[in-house]
Each structure stands twice: as structure tokens, then as C-alpha cells.
Design a protein around this ligand. Structure first.
Ligand code: PMV
Length: 337
């Protein structure tokens, strides 16, 4: 029987939808939760979406499935990955009053292990595609909350451009919104890949460790100040201030990681080499700064007009295996099926 005859129909409509979204890079980082199940963060954060890097996800609710099915980059997934996806689907089913399982087919156009968090784009696309397939009409804030339940940073891949995720008072009020569209400032991210190797301690395992560092209290207490500076610098396109607060924030997060128990030490010799080079280039007048997530690869932010120059410089550094580039990306969006 052709597969379409299995697809569940409600009011004669096929319950299927496809969405795309972009990963994001945070300038003011999220590290640590006040509620791990709901992924309620201890501090607000700030990011931009990465254009050109995309996750495309199709969700189809089907009557013939006995459990949810996840196909990731053409391979069927099970275990923890599938459980995390099912959790979001459960929420959607509950809201829509649906009692059937879904097939989720997801593809990234960027390599895994390149230091680009795929979970942000993955859960943003899933939240949008699943809610639309179930015929729910969620507004941007509700979609951001739903995506957040899968991965905190996914909340920031729902709105477009430059995005703030407010810490909020409760589940409903901790969502992300755009403070400026992608066109506001032509920036670029050059990701210096120094390692594609073994799997690091992922952020889901890392967040609960944040509280074991004595530095986390200071990091969180000072976060509102850094957010204010970052917001103003982005709105005023003040690169110097932006560079200084973003590097400070990344360094503070890594100080917390390095002093947690067990310690999370993500930097490698080549990581430090890139950081030092970036500081030197900035001192020489090039608009450039670094920011690093839960891994050894370095996101080097610059103006789009300087992207090729920065990429060429990074490629020339010892230990840099590859450089991926992206400009500022838009919001998660639906595709026509
Ligand atoms: O959303 P998660 O659980 O993947 O955590 C993201 C953590 C960092 O990438 C290190 C920081 C951030 O705000 O994106």
C-alpha cells in the first residue's frame, strides 16, 4: 500500500508539515538551569542565528505507527535522542488532543562535530513542524517555549536575527524574541574547527555541573550587566564594546566549566592559539572577536565584509582544520509540503 494511505487525516487534511531553522551562536551564554526538566535558565542570554546553516525537519502523524520514529541525516535514531523528540511530540499531542505517533525526518546541511550546536536548530524546527502538523496555532513566544523544552538554546532559534532569551519568572515567560532583524548588522561567524574528534560532555550533562563551581554565583549575578551592554552594543552597532563583552562572557562561562566538579575543560592548544591570534588581530585594527561553546572549536565573529580576510587568516593558523562561515540568519519557518 502506498505510504500516503497510512497518513492520518483530520478534517480530510494530512497531518504533516516541514520546517527549517538555523543554529545560533550565543554572545551572552546560557549555562545552568534553575529547573532542569523545564530547562529554565539561571540567566538570560543573547545570540544571532546562523544563515546558510540549516536543519530541515518533516513531521508526519501516522495511524500505522506503534511508537514515534526519528530519522536523523538518513539514519534511524533510537535511545536518548528519540526520547527527547518524543517528549516534544507528547506535548504537542496533549495540546492538540491527538493520540497517534509521528515520523520525524530531519537533516542538517552542516557537519556534526564542527562546533555548531545542532540541537538548537533541531528542536526549533521540530517545535514548528510538529505544532503545525498537529494544526496548532502557536505564537512565536509559545513556539520558543516548546523548543526550549527540547534544548534551552533552541528557544533562540525560533525568532530571527539578533535574539534575546529572557530568563522569565516561570515556564511561560522564559522565551526568546528578536531585538533586531538579520539585516540590522552585517556580521559573520567564521567557525575555526580545531577538532571534529571524540564527543565532549554535552550541554545537557554540563548544565547540572554549573552549580558545583564557586564562580557560577558571580557569573549569574553579573549576567544582567553583560546583557545590557550587549543589547546596547548590538543596537548601536558598536563593535568594540560588543567584542569586549562577548569575549568576557565566553571566558567567564569557561572559567565556570573549568572549575566545576568534575571539571569540564574544553580548550585545546589550538583553541588558545586561535583566541590569542584573534586578540592580536583586533589590536591591529581588525574588527574581530572570539566566543566558544561547549567544545574546543572557536567562533570568530567579524563584519561580513571582512569574512574572507578572517577566514584566510584562520586557515593559516596551526591546528585549524577547517573554517565554516555563516552570516546572520532569519527566523524558523515553514516550507510548503
Ligand atoms: O541549549 P543547550 O542545552 O545545548 O546549551 C547551550 C550551551 C551553550 O552553547 C554553551 C551556551 C549557549 O547559550 O548557547
Amino acid at each position: 500500500m502506498p505510504i500516503n494511505s497510512y497518513i492520518y487525516r483530520k478534517s480530510m487534511k494530512i497531518l504533516k508539515s516541514t520546517a527549517i531553522s538555523h543554529p545560533n551562536i550565543a554572545f551572552i551564554k546560557y549555562w545552568g538551569n534553575r529547573d532542569h526538566d523545564l530547562r529554565l535558565p539561571v540567566n538570560g542570554s543573547f545570540s544571532m542565528n546562523l544563515e546558510g546553516l540549516t536543519t530541515k525537519t518533516q513531521v508526519i502523524f501516522r495511524e500505522d505507527l506503534s511508537k514515534d520514529k526519528l530519522v536523523l541525516n538518513e539514519e534511524e535514531a533510537s535511545g536518548a535522542g528519540l526520547a527527547r523528540v518524543s517528549q516534544i511530540l507528547d506535548e504537542v499531542r496533549e495540546m492538540a488532543g491527538l493520540k497517534i505517533y509521528a515520523e520525524v525526518i530531519s537533516e542538517n546541511n552542516f557537519p556534526t562535530g564542527a562546533g555548531i550546536a545542532s540541537s538548537a536548530a533541531a528542536f526549533a524546527a521540530l517545535a514548528l513542524a510538529a505544532s503545525k502538523a498537529a494544526e496548532l496555532e502557536l505564537d512565536e513566544a509559545a513556539l520558543s517555549v516548546l523548543a526550549r523544552h527540547g534544548s534551552g538554546s533552541a528557544s533562540r532559534s525560533i525568532p530571527g536575527g539578533f535574539v534575546e532569551w529572557q530568563v522569565g519568572d516561570d515556564d511561560k515567560s522564559s522565551y526568546a524574541f528578536s531585538i533586531a532583524p538579520a539585516e540590522h548588522w552585517e556580521l559573520a561567524d567564521c567557525v575555526a574547527v580545531v577538532s571534529t574528534g571524540h564527543k565532549e560532555t554535552g550541554s545537557t550533562q554540563g548544565h547540572p555541573l554549573a552549580v558545583t563551581s564557586p564562580l557560577q554565583t558571580a557569573r549569574v549575578a553579573d549576567a544582567p550587566r553583560r546583557i545590557e551592554i550587549c543589547r546596547k552594543a548590538i543596537l548601536e552597532r558598536d563593535f568594540e564594546t560588543f567584542a569586549s563583552v562577548a569575549e568576557e562572557d565566553s571566558d567567564i562561562m569557561h572559567a565556570v566549566m573549568m572549575t566545576s566538579k568534575p571539571a569540564l575543560f574544553y580548550w585545546q592548544p589550538a583553541t588558545l592559539r586561535v583566541m590569542q591570534a584573534v586578540r592580536d588581530w583586533r589590536a591591529e585594527g581588525l574588527p574581530v572577536f572570539y566566543t566558544i561553546d561547549a567544545g574546543p572549536n572557536v567562533h570568530v565573529i567579524t563584519l561580513k565584509e571582512k569574512m574572507d580576510e578572517v577566514k584566510a587568516k584562520l586557515v593559516g593558523l596551526e591546528g585549524v582544520k577547517d573554517v565554516l562561515t555563516a552570516s546572520v540568519g532569519g527566523a524558523a519557518k515553514l516550507l510548503e509540503d
